[in-house]
Design a binder for this molecule. Structure first.
Ligand code: NAP
Length: 340
């Protein structure tokens, strides 16, 4: 006996990956519904070797469905998630709407799987921001060994993190550079993204940081340990898929770079690729379609007593969104529903 599963946002970047990953991981599905907005009614999406026709989220009845994976943005989530949860269907949400709600667990299964116990308060579980998800997978085993005091992170985030619109803008703007008359002005992004980098993701806050940077701080604290100090600079780069991060950590206890490498090699969800030779590290194009978070360039930071640097790369549509959501569904299935 399997589960009745809904994917809301099935025509989007994350929704399509959710369907791929459910099929790839052979999630025990008895029935599956692909939902999107009314304008996509009947649009075909793939689920393994099957084709599903998209249904209208606005008229969908969630009663009798076990799990709904939501990837539709905060505004639409606000409108539809409470109804689904009230109907008894667990919502696993990819938007930022519920992430900071005390009654909603924020889960990365490799890091804080036990937080699943809090699911029943609202029948909603939040998926973290894409940049946070891959970073905490790497931080947790190091924190367990040496207690991380402070994290300094700079991100290099791909355009797919801004949805279909972001990918189209990079493609069209790049083409427009070479084809007269096809120039494309910025619309999803604040400035030209083709052949450029933009040090702004999401809106500015009063203290001069951006909302994306704030999310990395707040979510790391909620998922791992509220005592960890995090400072982030989030940058959009002209890469289609795959977020990269340069991470610096300061720990309470000394942690040797070789021991850190060994710890990360053993940690769940991580693949260490760290050869000190040209090309002996992972870049975003190599991580696309993979489940792992790749760690490279692990080295001591000699400017402080207990410091380490590393490079962290992952497929943002997978570990940063769809894969993590499916892993939460697997966790809910094995610990709560116990049907599969
Ligand atoms: N991309 C990432 O790396 C990433 C990572 C973590 C979290 N997220 C979050 O995941 C969510 C989806 O992101 P995405 O990148 O997949 O966006 P996207 O490619 O723009 O897709 C958005 C999806 O939501 C649907 N949708 C939007 N408004 C709707 C409404 N009112 N009613 C029904 N369906 C609606 C769209 O359906 P139509 O096609 O019918 O418009 C589409 O299927 C966002 O909350 C985003 O912040 C994304």
């Amino acid at each position: 006996m399997g589960y009745r599963v809904v994917v809301a946002g099935a025509t989007g970047n994350v929704g399509r990956e959710m369907l791929n990953i459910l099929a790839e991981r052979q999630f025990p599905v008895d029935e599956i519904a692909a939902l999107a907005s009314r304008k996509s009614l009947g649009t075909e999406v793939s689920f393994g070797d099957k084709t599903l026709k998209t249904q209208d989220l606005d008229t969908f009845d969630f009663k009798g469905w076990d799990i709904a994976l939501f990837a539709i943005g905060s505004e639409a989530t606000k409108k539809y998630a409470p109804g689904a949860a009230k109907a008894g269907c667990l919502v696993i949400d990819n938007s930022s709407l519920y992430r900071y709600d005390h009654d909603v667990p924020l889960i990365v299964p490799e890091v804080n799987a036990d937080a699943i116990e809090g699911y029943a308060k609202r029948m909603i579980i939040a998926n973290p921001n894409c940049s946070t998800a891959q970073m905490v997978v790497a931080l947790k085993p190091l924190h367990d060994r040496a207690k991380i005091k402070r994290v300094v992170v700079s991100t290099y985030q791909s355009v797919s993190g801004a949805g279909k619109g972001g990918m189209d803008e990079l493609w069209d703007q790049t083409k427009g550079m070479y084809v007269p008359g096809q120039e494309k002005a910025p619309s999803t992004f604040q400035k030209q993204i083709a052949f450029n980098v933009i040090p702004q993701i999401d809106v500015f806050l009063e203290d001069g940081s951006t909302k994306e940077e704030w999310k990395m701080v707040a979510e790391t604290k909620k998922i791992i340990d509220k005592s960890i100090k995090v400072t982030a600079t989030c940058v959009r780069v002209p890469v289609f898929v795959g977020h990269s991060e340069a991470v610096n950590i300061e720990t309470e206890e000394f942690l040797d770079e070789d021991e850190a490498r060994d710890i990360l090699r053993e940690a769940p969800g991580i693949m260490v690729v760290d050869k000190r030779e040209p090309g002996g590290y992972t870049t975003p194009v190599e991580c696309v379609g993979d489940f792992a978070t790749f760690i490279s360039r692990i080295r001591q930071d000699s400017t402080i007593e207990n410091g380490l640097n590393f490079w962290c790369v992952s497929d943002n549509l997978r570990k940063g969104a769809a894969l993590n959501a499916v892993q939460i569904a697997e966790l809910y299935g094995s610990r709560v529903l116990k049907k599969g």
